[in-house]
Write a protein that binds this ligand. Structure first.
Ligand SMILES: [Zn+2]
Ligand SMILES: [Zn+2]
Length: 126
């Protein structure tokens, strides 16, 4: 059990990306071909509840898992679905100062990333 958990934790921390449960499952089967998607979900839930990883919802219709457990926002490219962290510490501290019981803090900013913007410009030239 704990070997599977360690593997899942490792995948999330080493990728430094935002991964969906399916992404993590795909990676995990490379090292543990017998691991099931249910096991991956169960361990993701446990790790999230213990605060070892963070889970966030997106308008992309999937939950993602994050090695970065500090409060931060997410920039999400509407074109390629790429997700980047965005520093919102000042806002978070401001809220913490004004709200006694902050329950959740999720900030999702939709944008077009630089790469996609360049591609769009190229298409425009043709
Ligand atoms: Zn993009
Ligand atoms: Zn993040």
């Amino acid at each position: 059990m704990s070997k599977q958990r360690d593997l899942i934790f490792e995948i999330i921390h080493e990728s430094k990306l935002h991964l969906s449960a399916e992404d993590i499952f795909k990676e995990a089967t490379k090292k543990m071909p017998n691991i099931s998607l249910g096991t991956v979900y169960r361990n993701l839930n446990d790790l999230t509840e213990e605060g070892q990883i963070a889970r966030f919802h997106t308008g992309l219709g999937k939950d993602y898992y994050d090695y970065n457990i500090d409060p931060h926002g997410h920039l999400i490219c509407k074109s390629c679905g790429g997700i980047k962290d965005y520093d919102v510490k000042e806002l978070y501290n401001h809220l913490k100062g004004n709200i006694k019981k902050l329950i959740s803090f999720e900030i999702e900013i939709k944008y077009i990333c630089e790469k996609c913007q360049k591609n769009l410009e190229k298409e425009g030239d043709n």
